[in-house]
Design a protein around this ligand. Sequence first.
Ligand code: NI
Length: 248
Amino acid sequence: MLLHLCTWAEVEAYLKNSKGIVMPIGSTEQHGPNGLIGTDAICAEVIGREVGAAAGAMVGPTIAVGMAVHHMEFPGSMTLKPSTLLAVIRDYVASLAEHGFERFFFVNGHGGNVPTIRAAFYEVYAELRALKGANAPDVRCALVNWWEAPGVGALSRELFPGVEGSHATPSEVSVTQYAYPEAIKSAPMTPQVAPSGGFHDARDFRRRYPDGRIGSDPSLARPEHGRRMVEAAVAGISDQYRRFVEEA
Ligand code: NI
């Protein structure tokens, strides 16, 4: 069930049986020579929606722009400041909590979002306590990064041994190729496997990683690999969702 394709009456009926909701969150940022700008949002949305279908869960609107300040030297990248993203997450959760949702299960597609998502959860908890103290609703928020789901790492090592890297990875590019075969791009990779390491700010990122990749060879991406990635992620994450909503 997708929230934006439901009527209010359907949401009201759903809440009689479940307080859980899947919240896809991604990013809109460069993903190397053949990766789509929307890669992280697409991965979170595709996997989050399939988790919802597998677990019978409501799925909220995708938060498609995340914290991507470090990608801003590449055209097309968009970012929310950490404080803005925190406020967006807080308001999404607060408005749904008003209607009775209590278990917020964020399926994340972008590593750069993680600190801010975690901070936002505590912002929500602190605000609810400040407003209602011991009578605050029993709101719980959980975060899963799809690439850390059980089964996904092993599949990546099987399909892309040694060249998964950490940005513009063949795994995430494969997921977008599976989701949008009409938008598959090809481009030369020079060098074939991108350098690995850290970075400071956006200018430093582009200086160290001129084509936008870190440690990866996304020329190995294939839509059929993406299908297997999605299946592995959905199996693992659906189990995590069920445990989260059933937990005492
Ligand atoms: Ni990504």
